[in-house]
Structures are given as structure tokens and as C-alpha cells.
Design a protein around this ligand. Structure first.
Ligand SMILES: *Cc1c(COP(=O)(O)O)cnc(C)c1O
Length: 478
């Protein structure tokens, strides 16, 4: 490929778009410029490859492809079949799974597919059998009424939100919380780690249909072998949502007890976080749940997005190359260098460090809320997000934590030296920021004071850190 092929592709695309709505073309160009300039530490974001991005902008977007490969409800899906089959094959090979369903549009959608596959398998199928019916349409009104009640009366045990769990694991604001009677397990207040004995105790008391593991803000590995034993001991289906750390599983940083695929009945993920693919989701499972999972569309999903499935095939092919394993290891090396750099400068970290891609800083030691810290860092050119810490006194809106992650900066090429420099910048901003006061002189959880000269100085240093590591170096829009 000529070094200019990617520049030419994106430039031509923008020219075509500009002829219709120049403001959109301008915004796309501005987004690249913004991403190039910011020190992005958002743990859930990454930079997909030019090949992955380009795969999404074409006529696959025009296709309806309800159904599964070779069994569509629409004619003319042979090329969609090709890319969906490829994406599924790459996913199975990459993760060592028997079955892969690549249609979910996002992580939330993948979880919904998994929940309903489990409900269909564990609740609906037995009810059909009892009624000697083959299809829900064959049930009497009374049996259907009873089944609907039963589907809505199941239990889920998942990780609590403030310990790092996800809203889609049975919390009330999400539909999963309205579907399931949910209890959660937290972490040990002393160590910040999952206490498996407590999880087992909660499972024995609550007897959930589904035990969920997975997180978006827990900086440690989870032992999925132990979690599976707990699930088995109470007859629960064990589901792992690896949305955040799928890239570390793909890159074989998480193996053995820490690889969810051999231990879970069903695994869900996003494809755009550490896995570095297009925005989307995926479900992996064994043969027992495969048929139910494949009913995801139209059960809970709208029609598949063939252009995104094609991009999943490209990104998963990239993740199967040996350099992806190097990338995954560098993500963790970088997170540990960042954690060490922060600890050495006196920061407090939840669990005292990390063994994955993310670090959770407890900013209360700096006298700040998460919201104040997040804004002060943003003023200084450092993009993070605030996040609750376990037993957070400031709740889910203001919070007491800052979550930072390394998948994006690692893609850019930054290494452990730059992570130490990043720790210095973060510590400088947080230690120089003070909590502000409201109009009545009372302490504010949102207002803060940071000398603009400090913010400017740090912003310059952050930009200097990025200069040797251009983002999308093969893409020149000028
Ligand atoms: C990000 C995330 C999701 C949701 O993914 P979307 O693609 O935004 O729907 C679900 N579960 C976990 C654990 C996540 O981190």
C-alpha cells in the first residue's frame, strides 16, 4: 500500500461529503485535530485503525440482513453473509469460543441479547416443554400470562456500581434493573478487592438465575474459575461482560483463571474499547446457548449493521496478528507505570495499583471531588472521567474518583517513560487545584480554583509529550 493511500482515501471522502454539507466535513476534520491534540486517558476509548474506519463508510450500510448467515429474511445477502461469517470466525479463533454472534450494535445490546438468551433457555424453554408447546404462539392465554410473570421474576447477582460494576448488570436506571430482582456484591473495604467468599455467601443466600462478572472501573483481574464454581454451586448461569478488557483477553495478557471464555457460560463485550475495533458489541458462548443467542435480532436488536460487522471482521483480523499481543502487554505495562508514578508522588489509588488497563485515583486526598478534578485536568489538556470509588461519599454525580486508562495512548505509541511524565502532570494539576465555594461561601462540590498559568503550562507539557507520537500518522488531510 502506498504511504499516501490512507490520506487520499480520507481526503477524497471529505471532499465528497463537503459538496453536500460542508459543516459535517468540517466537524470530521476538526474531530481528528482535537483527538490529535488531547492526552486521552479515557479508559473506554481507543483509536481504531484506518482500515477499520474505512470499512464502515460504504454500501453495506444499505442492506437489511435480519436473520443469520445463510438464513436471512431478505434476499440478496450473500456479501453480508461473507463478512458476518468472517467476523464470527475471527472472533471464535481469537477467543477460543465455540460460537460468536457479531450482530449487537453496542455493549448494552450484547448484554440484552445474553440476558434474553439465558431467560429463553432457563425459563421459557422449560415452560414450553411443560405445556407441550413448540412455540410461544401455541401457549394458551393463561400459560402465556404465567410465563410472562415468570420471565419478569428472575434474579441476578452482579458487581455493585461503586465497586466498578456496570449499570447494565441489573441497576434500576437500566432496563436490566427493571427486568431482574438484583443484588450486588462489592469489594473488601480494606483491600478494595473482590472477596470471593462474600460473593459465594451472597449467591447462597440470594440464589440468582444469573451471576454476572465484569466491570468498567475495577483495576484488578477477576478469577473467573472461582466465579464459575460459585455459579455452579447455586445452579446459576455464569455471564462475563468483558467490555472493558476484551483486548487484554485477545492479547493473551489475561489467561488461565483470568480468561473468561473457558469459564463462563456466556461472554459479552464491546468491540471498540481495548479491543480497538468499530463501535459495537459481540456475544460468545458454547453450543448450549448458541441458538438462543442467534435470536438476538429481532428479539431485542434492530436489524444488523453490515458495515459495522465488516469492520468487526477487519479489526478482529488485526487483533489476531502477533503485534496485538505486544500492544495488549504494553497497555498493562503503561497502566502500571502510570500507577507507580502516581503512587510515588503521593496519590491514593483504589486497590493500591492495577493489573489491567485502568487506574482509579481517589482524589479526596487532594481535597477534591471527582468532578472538580476532572474539570481541572481538562483545563490542562488531560482528558479523563470522574468515577465513583467504593462507598463513595460524594455519590455517582460528583464522585471522589478519577478513572484513567491506557489503551488509547498505548495505540499512539506512548510508553512507560511518557506514563511517568503523565503521572507528574496529573499530580501537578490535582495538587495545585483547590475546592471552590458556592455563592453562600459554603464548600462546593463542583467549583474549583486552578491558577490558569499552571493549567497552561501543564497543557503545553501534555502537548509536548504527544508530539513524538502523531495520531493517525498516515493520514494527512491538508
Ligand atoms: C462500556 C460498557 C458497556 C456498554 O457498552 P456500549 O457499547 O456503550 O453499549 C457494557 N458493559 C460494560 C462492563 C462496559 O464497560
Amino acid at each position: 500500500m502506498s504511504p499516501n493511500a490512507e490520506s487520499t482515501a480520507f481526503r477524497s471522502a471529505l471532499e465528497v461529503i463537503r459538496a453536500v454539507e460542508p459543516r459535517v466535513a468540517d466537524a470530521i476534520g476538526a474531530e481528528l485535530a482535537d483527538q490529535r491534540e488531547s492526552l486521552k486517558l479515557i479508559a473506554s476509548e481507543n483509536y481504531a485503525s484506518p482500515a477499520t474506519l474505512l470499512t464502515m463508510g460504504n454500501w453495506f450500510s444499505d442492506k437489511y440482513a435480519e436473520g443469520t448467515v445463510g438464513r436471512r429474511f431478505y434476499a440478496g445477502c450473500q456479501n453480508v453473509d461473507t463478512v458476518e461469517a468472517l467476523a464470527a470466525e475471527h472472533a471464535r479463533e481469537l477467543f477460543g469460543a465455540t460460537h460468536a454472534y457479531v450482530q449487537p450494535h453496542s455493549g448494552i445490546d450484547a448484554n440484552l441479547v445474553a440476558f434474553w438468551a439465558i431467560l429463553a433457555d432457563r425459563v421459557e424453554s422449560p415452560a414450553l416443554k411443560r405445556a407441550q408447546a413448540r412455540h410461544v404462539n401455541d401457549l394458551t392465554e393463561a400459560d402465556w400470562f404465567a410465563l410472562r410473570r415468570e420471565l419478569g421474576d428472575q434474579r441476578m447477582l452482579g458487581m455493585s456500581l461503586d465497586a466498578g460494576g456496570h449499570l447494565t448488570h441489573g441497576f434500576r436506571p437500566n432496563i436490566s434493573g427493571k427486568m431482574f430482582d438484583q443484588r450486588s456484591y462489592g469489594t473488601d473495604p480494606a483491600t478494595g478487592l473482590i472477596d470471593y467468599d462474600r460473593v459465594a455467601e451472597a449467591a447462597r443466600e440470594f440464589r440468582p438465575l444469573i451471576l454476572v462478572a465484569g466491570y468498567s472501573a475495577y483495576p484488578r483481574k477477576v478469577n473467573f474459575r472461582i466465579m464459575r464454581e460459585i455459579a455452579d454451586s447455586v445452579g446459576a448461569t455464569f455471564m462475563v461482560d468483558m467490555a472493558h478488557f476484551a483486548g487484554l483477553v485477545a492479547g493473551k495478557v489475561f489467561t488461565g483463571d483470568f480468561d473468561p471464555v473457558p469459564h463462563a457460560h456466556i461472554v459479552t463485550t464491546t468491540t471498540h474499547k481495548s479491543l480497538r475495533g468499530p463501535r459495537g458489541g459481540m456475544v460468545l458462548c458454547g453450543p448450549e446457548l448458541a441458538d438462543q443467542v442467534d435470536r438476538g435480532c429481532p428479539m431485542v436488536l434492530g436489524g444488523p449493521l453490515p458495515h459495522v460487522m465488516a469492520a468487526k471482521a477487519v479489526a478482529l483480523a488485526e487483533a489476531r496478528r502477533p503485534d496485538f499481543a505486544d500492544y495488549a502487554q504494553r497497555i498493562v505495562d503503561n497502566a502500571q507505570a502510570l500507577a507507580d508514578g502516581l503512587l510515588r508522588r503521593g496519590a491514593t489509588l483504589v486497590t493500591g495499583g492495577t493489573d489491567n488497563h485502568l487506574v482509579l485515583i481517589d482524589v479526596s486526598n487532594y481535597g477534591l471531588t471527582g468532578r472538580q478534578a476532572e474539570q481541572a485536568l481538562l483545563d490542562s489538556g488531560i482528558v479523563t472521567n470522574r468515577n465513583a470509588v467504593p462507598q463513595d461519599p460524594n455519590g455517582a454525580w460528583y464522585t471522589s474518583g478519577i478513572r484513567i486508562g491506557t489503551p488509547a495512548l498505548t495505540t499512539r505509541g506512548l510508553g512507560t517513560t511518557e506514563m511517568d511524565a503523565t503521572a507528574e502532570l496529573i499530580h501537578t494539576v490535582l495538587s495545585q487545584t483547590t475546592a471552590g465555594t458556592g455563592p453562600d461561601g459554603a464548600a462546593s462540590k463542583a467549583k474549583y480554583v486552578l491558577d490558569p498559568a499552571v493549567a497552561e503550562q501543564v497543557g503545553k507539557q501534555a502537548a509536548d509529550l504527544l508530539t513524538p507520537f502523531p495520531l493517525y500518522p498516515t493520514v494527512d488531510l491538508a
